[in-house]
Design a protein around this ligand. Structure first.
Ligand code: F6P
Length: 553
């Protein structure tokens, strides 16, 4: 527990930040750059192969110290130790959150209830290696003896988004000719369109579900199984084509999975932190075992950086504290993640679950309602495309939207001057957000281009850009498995640090459950069960009746 029990907004360190914010209110970042030629250098830090330039934020050394003080009195050091040591950090579910253990090297020790979990983690990795090599070498084949050509991962949320991100992001590292598909949605279109591309003799299905209770995943798996059986597969061949990754072995066996085809997950791994476990099988199958281990090594390097580096030099801590600064002190409501790399196109989706499912909370760990904002809306998409779509709102909208620009120094596809142009776009966006353009500058520009002064003055307010908008630039040498591992782990720890400051449980997701519960009540009524009651709201009942008349006329 934090040494200072005062509620967050009553802590002197919080109040010091409020006063400091008021002092900085009239300050323009572009003036800070003008006054201090060392600013860029001072606010550039490195860790685990990543470089963070956070100089384009409304901050001074005093801000950084004040944010580090807040982190200290919120007990960040102890909470970080708790996270790594397997103490109970998921309070409402009474368990640890040990995704960091999944990327620990063999030989290290992490105890859960007195048992070292690292041997089991590495035994599972060894089973994954074997599967990957059997499929790559063709010693494990489909029921008619043909090598596998396609792998279909059926899972949703954390059992989907991380693997989908990593498989797409690391395409230059794919080995062999396997194709990978993801089915997540209960919308029948997802499984139908996927199965339409497949040959049942050469398709391997991975049923990915920590709980093995998720409706979307179980229903899609049943459809896949039926499709397999009606397209030449025998019941006895199901075991050759269906594998499961789950913490609920009994439910998987009940579903028909052979014990040797079930890869373990553990209670102490949260769904949105599970790509490092056997849930990462699609990644290992596409990239090979060595590259999967390189991804883990990159994440482990970030874990060490996070655990061992002082706050002011610590990438996840600095990024989290800047987010607190922008969110709680400057009123930012959302956060844009803008990867300038086509291969990272799924990063915002993964980070959305990671951040919003983790920190979308309204009570403290003790169940007391908070009187401050918690998780921001996270959104984004690849640059430069976004520049021609939503960046307008970043530059001239009324809301404050801090952004993370993410770009590798070198491209996997060096075409003509494309990468330099991409880099120029990325830098120009961060610079434009920071400097903006005053009305006087706009007038001058227009007059210099030949417009008469009255017209220039009339147009200038539309061309003026306020600037002073915060952003970070995250760089890596190249998008390698190690770099991607470090990048994802960086955001995991950023999410955790934010939760420590806000004092919320970032490892539960009770809000998701109500929708699931209500969905289970509504479904039988849509299917025509007359005895399944009514809702106590006419809006739901009316649309249930509409659906029923469309289907049971
Ligand atoms: O519905 C949200 C959620 O509970 C996520 O937290 C989780 O990643 C996802 O569902 C899938 O859960 P499972 O792996 O148990 O099928």
């Amino acid at each position: 527990m934090p040494d200072n029990p005062a509620p967050l907004t009553h802590k002197p360190e919080w109040q010091a930040l409020t006063r400091h914010r008021d002092e900085l209110a009239g300050l323009a970042m572009r003036d800070l750059f003008r006054e201090d030629p060392q600013r860029a250098q001072r606010y550039l830090i490195k860790g685990a192969g990543l470089t963070l330039d956070f100089s384009r934020n409304r901050l001074t050394d005093e801000t950084l110290n004040a944010l580090a003080n807040l982190a200290r009195v919120c007990g960040l050091e102890q909470r970080t130790a708790d996270l790594f040591n397997g103490n109970t950090v998921n309070i409402t579910e009474n368990r640890p959150a040990l995704h960091t253990a999944l990327r620990q090297p063999a030989g290290s020790r992490v105890l859960v209830n007195g048992t070292d979990i690292i041997p089991e983690v590495h035994a599972t990795l060894a089973r994954m290696d074997t599967l990957v090599s059997e499929i790559q070498c063709g010693t494990r084949v489909g029921h008619t003896g043909k090598p596998f050509t396609d792998v279909v991962s059926i899972g949703i949320g954390g059992s989907f988004l991380g693997p989908k991100l990593a498989v797409a992001a690391l395409k230059p590292y794919w080995q062999g000719n396997l194709r990978c598909h993801f089915v997540a949605n209960i919308d029948g279109t997802d499984i139908t369109e996927t199965l339409a591309q497949l040959n049942p003799e050469t398709t391997l299905f991975l049923v990915q579900s920590k709980s093995f209770r998720t409706q979307e995943t179980l229903e899609n798996s049943l459809v896949a199984r039926q499709w397999f059986l009606t397209h030449g597969g025998r019941e006895s061949a199901v075991a050759d084509h269906f594998l499961a990754v789950t913490a609920n072995v009994a439910a998987a066996q009940e579903f028909g999975m052979a014990p040797e085809n079930i890869f373990p997950m553990w209670d102490w791994v949260g769904g949105r932190y599970s790509l490092w476990s056997a849930i990462g099988l699609p990644i290992a199958l596409m990239l090979g075992a060595d590259n999967f281990r390189a991804l883990l090594a990159g994440a482990h390097a970030m874990d060490c950086h996070f655990r061992d580096t002082p706050a002011e030099q610590n990438l996840p801590v600095v990024m989290a504290m800047l987010s607190i600064w922008n969110n709680n002190f400057w009123g930012a409501e959302s956060h844009a993640v803008l990867p300038y790399d086509e291969y990272l196109k799924h990063l915002p989706e993964h980070l959305q679950q990671l951040d919003m499912e983790s920190n979308g909370k309204q009570v403290t760990q003790q169940g007391v309602p908070v009187d401050y904002q918690t998780g921001a809306v996270l959104w984004g998409g690849v640059g430069a495309n976004g520049q021609h779509a939503y960046h307008q709102l970043l530059h001239q909208g009324t809301r404050l939207i801090p952004a993370d620009f993410i770009i590798p120094l070198k491209s996997h596809n060096p075409v003509e001057n494309h990468h330099a142009a991409l880099f120029a776009n990325c830098l120009s966006q961060a610079r434009a957000m920071m400097t903006g353009k005053t009305e006087a500058e706009a007038v001058r520009e227009l007059v210099n281009s030949g417009m008469d002064r009255p017209n220039a003055e009339a147009l200038a307010p539309h061309k003026a850009i306020p600037g002073n908008k915060p952003s970070n630039i995250l760089l890596m040498e190249k998008l390698t498995p190690e770099a991607l591992g470090a990048l994802i782990a960086l955001y995991e720890h950023r999410t955790f640090v934010q939760s420590v400051i806000w004092d919320v449980d970032c490892f539960d997701q009770w809000g998701v459950e109500l929708g699931k519960q209500m969905g289970n009540e509504i479904l039988p009524r849509l299917l025509g069960d007359e005895n399944s009651g009514t809702s106590d709201d006419s809006a739901t009942d009316q649309l249930i009746n509409l659906f029923r008349s469309a289907h049971h006329a």
